[in-house]
Design a protein around this ligand. Sequence first.
Ligand SMILES: Cc1ncc(C[n+]2csc(CCOP(=O)(O)OP(=O)(O)O)c2C)c(N)n1
Ligand SMILES: [Mg+2]
Length: 382
Amino acid sequence: MAQRAATRPAITPNGSPAAPLPVAAAPALGRAEKLELYYFMRLTRTLEERLVSLYRQTKVVGGLFRSLGQEADAVGSAYALDRTQGDILSPLIRNLGSMLVQGATPLEILRQYMAKGDSPTRGRELNIHFGDVRRGFIGQISHLGDMVPVMAGVTLSFKVRGERRVGLVYVGDGATSTGAFHEGINFAAVQRCPLVVIVENNGYAYSTPTSRQTAARHLVDKAAGYGVPGEQADGNDVLATYDVTKRAVDRARAGGGVTLIELITYRRKGHAEHDNQSYVPEGEIERWSRENDPIDRYAAVLRDREGVEPQELAAIDARVQAEIDAATDTADASPPPQALDALVGVYADPPAVPPLWFREGSGAPAAAAAAERPAGWGTYDG
Ligand SMILES: Cc1ncc(C[n+]2csc(CCOP(=O)(O)OP(=O)(O)O)c2C)c(N)n1
Ligand SMILES: [Mg+2]
């Protein structure tokens, strides 16, 4: 039942001292993999920083969502999946890092945010609302608990088909108070679906601190209510995040069913870029930034424990910068969407039924019918 791992921070995000905890050892990872974790965290942060510049130039269409300070939780947990087995995750807006781990490219992300015609959704959806099942990430339908029942269904299909695949779903602290979360995890628990539920406790749901939307002291304690194992870990420690998720993934693949993991982290930016965070107590963001930045912490671990030279990390930073620069140039030059792209993949081509079937026999004026729903609507011949 719910147990808190040794890595458990004796803190909750709101108003707590942000003293970093000792970093957990992850002996299974080799040096190259540990450097890759650093690469993905840096890639996430640099890409988001570039998006902020583009947003301020009004080149981003719609909202911009940051995962500043949460890069370790998304990257470390996604890294624990097995990409050779067809594992699948469902990200939320603060899980860009997990999509990059699964193979999404900065160019795709930039084109999405800029609503370009050659973006994965051809300008019809924004930001990181897109998926690719072959690469192991599915498109998010809502930010709250709604992906939990979806992933319960996905992982039930793995089980029914006898596939050794695992699913991972991210939810926020706010999402754990929704009905969809409850129904989804309960169903998955009963069916012993191979599902890992990651609860990112980042202290806030929009402007509501965690303590104002749930009476539970620790979100990991909710695991007991569903009869599944629960573990809590320091979400700003990428190795601890990897470790705790890997245990849950292995358990799921071995037939052990659902695990609920609470990762303690902190949302250093507002809900989206427009949010001025006036509701955050003074000094809280600065304290987390100064004392508990996941990239700074991990860079220190790599230097002190792994003997990684500062130049080696600087070379990764430079490589990331060059990749983002090149992707930005390409995305900037990408064309806007065509109006007819809005119909691609939405309606059958050719239409399975006459476009005006619902008006047949209704006596609707022919002129109105023709103007309202042209015969070509629903097809794309461009
Ligand atoms: C069904 C539904 N209701 C409301 C929203 C608006 N909404 C988006 S995110 C959010 C809060 C999410 O907070 P949390 O679960 O803590 O995730 P975080 O943003 O902190 O990662 C809300 C209310 C939504 N996307 N879907
Ligand atoms: Mg939250």
